[in-house]
Design a protein around this ligand. Structure first.
Ligand SMILES: [Zn+2]
Length: 319
């Protein structure tokens, strides 16, 4: 039933809304959006590096004349694959939630550039980073470019005559997670609140916020849903995704209550119901976040440790 093929590039959603897709949506290969009306434009997210973002902006300008002067950029959340091209939008209003703006300081481009340069000496976590992201993206050109305007929970904007609602449903995937809802076009750009065709990764939690965010989408009158990663989808995919979150919460809880350690729990949870979803190793990061949540913050794992464990999971089980 897919109306739009899952191929790289800009897809016209109709009535001035566009989605930019980067198959297959794995680590760092994110989607972005463009909303245009009456000579004004709003960009939803940049990409993981400057070159990718420049190519995207060029394609947008060829297809949508108004994109020659983008008026507003919204960063849905702080992850680099949605923010590391921001420097190409100098002088443009960059809007994000307060928590996203604060979290953007935590991942410095120089840190990732140096991890990629030295990954061979830095252990399993850096090797996983190199394999999934470091070798594909150029971090040394990135200049961290922060939001110029923030909001807390909700903000309504106008793009031309079109009403655009920003709704921060975080913390969930990260500290702040903004969805960009265009009610008149029955369209929403979810950022990483939705992954289609792949396992999500939960960095922040709590998971109940994420489940509620899915319910929020299901409660909207929307027909076109652009996820942060994966093909353009609809509410069927949101229901499937919410069921995944429910499943992870239940399965991790059982094992936590039984005293199983986090790594054994991650290896033990069956993913048979998600055949065809990419990035199965993310169950490791998700169990780590859930164990932290269940233990009231007692069980903390750092990101390098989590990356290392995901690398081992992937080597043992494949993707
Ligand atoms: Zn992402």
């Amino acid at each position: 039933m897919a109306k739009w093929q899952y191929i790289k590039g800009l897809h016209d959603l109709g009535n001035g809304c566009h989605a930019y897709l980067q198959p297959e949506g794995s680590w760092g290969w994110s989607n972005a959006g463009l909303i245009a009306d009456s000579g004004e434009t709003l960009l939803v997210d940049t990409l993981m590096d400057v070159r990718l973002t420049r190519d995207m902006l060029d394609e947008m300008r060829r297809a949508v004349p108004e994109a020659a002067a983008i008026g507003t950029l919204v960063n849905t959340h702080a992850n680099p694959d949605h923010t590391f091209g921001n420097q190409l939008l100098q002088g443009v209003a960059i809007i994000a939630s307060t928590s996203t703006a604060a979290e953007m300081h935590e991942t410095q481009p120089q840190m990732l550039a140096s991890m990629e340069k030295n990954w061979r000496e830095m252990g399993e976590g850096a090797a996983f980073f190199h394999e999934t992201m470091g070798k594909h993206f150029k971090f040394d050109e990135v200049v961290l470019t922060l939001p110029t305007q923030t909001f807390d929970r909700e903000l309504t904007l106008k793009v031309g005559t079109k009403k655009v609602q920003l709704v921060n449903v975080g913390p969930a995937h990260t500290a702040g997670d903004t969805m960009v809802h265009v009610p008149a076009d029955r369209t929403v750009f979810t950022g990483d609140i939705l992954f289609a065709g792949g396992h999500p990764v939960m960095w922040a939690g709590p998971i109940d916020n994420w489940i509620k965010a899915c319910e929020r989408i299901l409660g909207w009158d929307v027909e076109i849903i652009v996820p942060g990663h994966g093909p353009i989808c609809d509410k069927t995919d949101v229901r499937k995704f919410k069921a995944y979150l429910d499943d992870m919460k239940r399965e991790a809880r059982k094992r936590y209550d039984a005293g199983m350690n986090w790594l054994d729990a991650a290896n033990d949870i069956a993913l048979d119901g998600y055949a065809g979803w990419i990035d199965g190793e993310r169950v490791v990061a998700n169990v780590a976040a859930l164990y932290r949540e269940f233990s009231g913050g007692q069980e903390q794992r750092n990101v390098v440790e989590i990356f290392a464990a995901m690398g081992r999971y992937r080597n043992a089980k494949g993707r």
